[in-house]
Ligand binder design. Structure first.
Ligand code: UFG
Length: 329
């Protein structure tokens, strides 16, 4: 039986496929390659180019393959963009999971591991954030993921499709051999943008606001290595295979770093100066997001291996140095 990975050519999806394949799992990928990369596809996985909103291609995949479970990464992910273009996000993310679940139900597939996000919490009332805390997203992106979780909860009750929702904090880094990594067009994420300065591709990094209510005024995030995230999907799959009930888990390191601290860490890792400018706040950005991942630790047995933020940045630097233009190289 195979695992269907939706969005397996994307950043987190390609790392998850790598970890699945290296454990001997049979993997089928669907990706529309809008943001995913053909070069990120794992040669040991079977690939279908298409969109999860297309019933016909899902019908074809579920008929041609024996799919045991689905891991769903295929979604739009940029909080800032979602504020400008909410309908784009509701269509792809919410309608996308609707079609996927309908097809799963039709074909009797009853397990799904799903990419959720820290953005479901909005501006947290306390740190670290626990799964039961208030969920009031402050951008449409987070809202779509919260709605997707709610859809899955109802479908789990009515149709017996069990889910694990993994609420990622800030995914970072790359596989250590530098063969796959982060490559978004346009790039909006902090670590790749910082590293473009020492790569000579950008003159400076702009800090989006230095008047937040944090010790140095810049936003604090919890950066978690993409391989640790990928491994959590495998543990979630095993949990569902053992009959675990539908649930949601935070995935973070439990440590917060400000934008300024990340720039300092990147200076150390690269050995180069990084020019900084202060800009306006970016709409939809909470001041501080730090996870409690105790629940994933206790129930899934998840223990992140990349606990040093400099090591996380080092793996990203390794990928970006080898691929300064991403997968276009
Ligand atoms: N930032 C800058 N300058 C930049 C880019 C980012 O100061 O040029 C700041 C942002 O304002 C934010 C922090 O760096 O405070 C991190 O920004 P990212 O864009 O790297 O990541 P986000 O925290 O906005 O979002 C990421 C994922 C989301 C996920 C979220 C959960 O993109 O999918 O983490 O925490 F929901």
């Amino acid at each position: 039986m195979a695992i269907l990975v939706c969005g397996g050519a994307g950043y987190i999806g390609s790392h998850a496929v790598h970890q699945l394949v290296s454990r001997g799992e049979e993997v089928v990928i669907i990706d529309n390659l809008q943001h995913g990369h053909r070069a990120a596809l794992n040669p040991h996985a079977k690939f279908y180019e298409g969109d999860i909103r297309d019933y016909n291609i899902l019908e074809k995949i579920f008929t041609e393959n024996k799919i045991e479970a689905v891991i769903h990464f295929a979604a739009y992910i940029e909080a800032g963009e979602s504020v400008q273009k909410p309908l784009k996000y509701f269509n792809n993310n919410v309608y996308g999971i609707q079609v996927l679940l309908e097809e799963m139900y039709k074909h009797g597939i009853n397990k799904i591991v799903f990419s959720s996000t820290a953005a479901v919490y909005g501006e947290p009332k306390k740190i670290p954030i626990e799964e039961t805390d208030d969920k009031t997203p402050i951008n449409p992106y987070g809202e779509t993921k919260l709605i997707m979780e709610k859809i899955m909860r109802w479908v789990s009750k009515a149709n017996g499709i069990n889910f694990v929702s993994l609420r990622y904090f800030n995914a970072a880094g790359a596989i250590e051999d530098g063969s796959i990594g982060e490559d978004h067009h346009p790039e909006t994420h902090l670590i790749p943008l910082i590293l473009q300065v020492p790569l000579g591709k950008r003159d400076h990094i702009t800090i989006f606001g230095n008047d937040y209510d944090t010790p140095d005024g810049t936003c604090i995030r919890d950066y978690i290595h993409v391989i640790d995230l990928a491994d959590a999907h495998i543990l979630a799959l095993e949990y569902l295979r053992k009959g675990g009930s539908s649930d949601a888990f935070n995935l973070g390191s439990g440590k917060g770093f400000s934008v300024k601290e990340m720039i300092e860490a990147a200076k150390k890792v690269t050995g180069k100066n990084i020019k900084v400018e202060i800009g306006e706040r970016r709409p939809g950005d909470p001041a501080q997001l730090i996870a409690s991942s105790e629940k994933a630790h206790k129930i899934l047995g998840w223990n992140p291996k990349f606990t040093d933020v400099e090591v996380v940045i080092k793996t990203a630097w390794n990928w970006h140095k080898k691929h300064p233009n991403g997968y276009d190289d």
